[in-house]
Write a protein that binds this ligand. Structure first.
Ligand code: NDP
Length: 311
């Protein structure tokens, strides 16, 4: 039985490059690439970055879909995905650390007014803005999972006040932890920066809508590295125009690439990046090879998704 790599994201990583890496861990494995899948009946494990609805049905003996990252919402959204097929993610602490760095970079840019200085340089203007102090600034991290905790820790290490929000209540050193929808309004109302690291599920899709933006602290910056479909984008634009929040940094959007006619592109209070905040897989690649081995030896698989819960 064989592992098929079909990443569909060549600008990020080619199927061949991942195959080469995996063969270092498991040299005798039958690992194929999307361009040359061979007999589809032999494919029992599929590794993807992007996934299209019905894709699993191409492989009659498929047992496992292994995502090359953490977000599996597109796979679980496939209503033709057979119940028997398991779905695994990667525990990507390397990309988690990169996402923490990304969020910190945008927060520090505002704390030190770097955008304002860059703009006034173009006008040959000499004007001071007092730096904002980390110890008097609250960062809320929404989603305290594997990546969210790395993000929260990075802000703690940089002496910010950190509050967090998750589904179940957590006890994390140095972080005031909130849980459940009842506590969300207070969290977004208090924070100077809201960093969202949530998975998309039935509960979080469309979470950031006009009703929630109405409770944001008007000086807040919203940084979304989770998934784009958690944001009702027209509501975000209206909220920014109405001054309900100060700005938004979006690494993920409802539709990617972002359509050319999206008002987000040219909005003065929006900064966009093309889904790059978490980039490298690092050592997590080894777990794809390990799951291939475990699948064929009947051992418990790593990082399985709870399909009912959605993450
Ligand atoms: P985890 O599954 O480890 O954690 C998810 C967190 O979200 C948990 O704390 C969970 O709560 C919380 N959560 C889920 N549903 C709700 C809800 N309804 N209300 C409140 N909290 C909720 O995920 P990761 O931290 O590893 O990754 C998070 C997401 O980041 C991924 O799903 C993916 O979408 C995105 N991502 C984006 C990347 C990028 O480059 N932009 C790269 C990698 C990931 P609890 O702890 O109680 O279960």
């Amino acid at each position: 039985m064989a592992l098929l790599i079909d990443i569909k994201h060549p600008q990020w990583m080619s199927d061949e490059a991942l195959r080469e890496q995996l063969l270092q861990y498991t040299p005798r494995a039958d690992i194929r690439i999307g361009a040359e899948p061979g007999n589809l009946d032999e494919i029992d494990m599929l590794t993807v970055s992007s996934y299209y609805p019905g894709e699993a049905l191409n492989y009659p003996n498929l047992k496992l879909i292994q995502k090359t990252g953490a977000g599996v919402n597109n796979i679980l959204a496939d209503d033709r995905l057979p119940e028997s097929i398991r779905v695994a993610r990667l525990d990507t602490s390397t990309s988690g650390a990169e996402m923490a760095e990304y969020a910190l970079a945008y927060v520090l840019q505002e704390q030190r007014h770097l955008r304002a200085y860059h703009a006034q340089q173009a006008r040959s203007e000499w004007r001071h803005y007092p730096p904002r102090e980390a110890c008097n600034t609250t960062v809320a991290v929404l989603g305290l999972g594997r990546i969210g905790q790395l993000v929260a820790q990075r802000f703690l290490d940089n002496e910010f006040k950190v509050i967090g929000w998750s589904r179940g209540r957590k006890a994390l050193d140095g972080i005031r932890c909130h849980a459940g929808s009842d506590e969300l309004l207070a969290v977004v109302g208090e924070a100077d920066y809201i960093v969202s690291v949530l998975p998309t599920t039935a509960e979080t899709r469309g979470l950031y809508d006009a009703g929630l933006f109405a409770h944001f602290n008007p000086r807040a910056f919203f940084i979304n590295v989770g998934r784009g479909d958690q944001v009702v984008e027209p509501d975000l634009v209206d909220a920014l125009d109405a001054g309900r929040l100060a700005g938004a940094v979006l690494d993920v959007m409802c539709e990617e690439p972002l359509p050319a006619d999206s008002p987000l592109w040219l909005h003065s209070k929006v900064q966009l990046t093309p889904h790059v905040s978490g980039y490298r897989l690092g050592d997590a690649v080894a777990d794809i090879a390990e799951n291939y081995r475990r699948l064929h030896s009947g051992e418990t698989l790593l990082h399985l998704i709870d399909r009912q819960r959605g993450y």
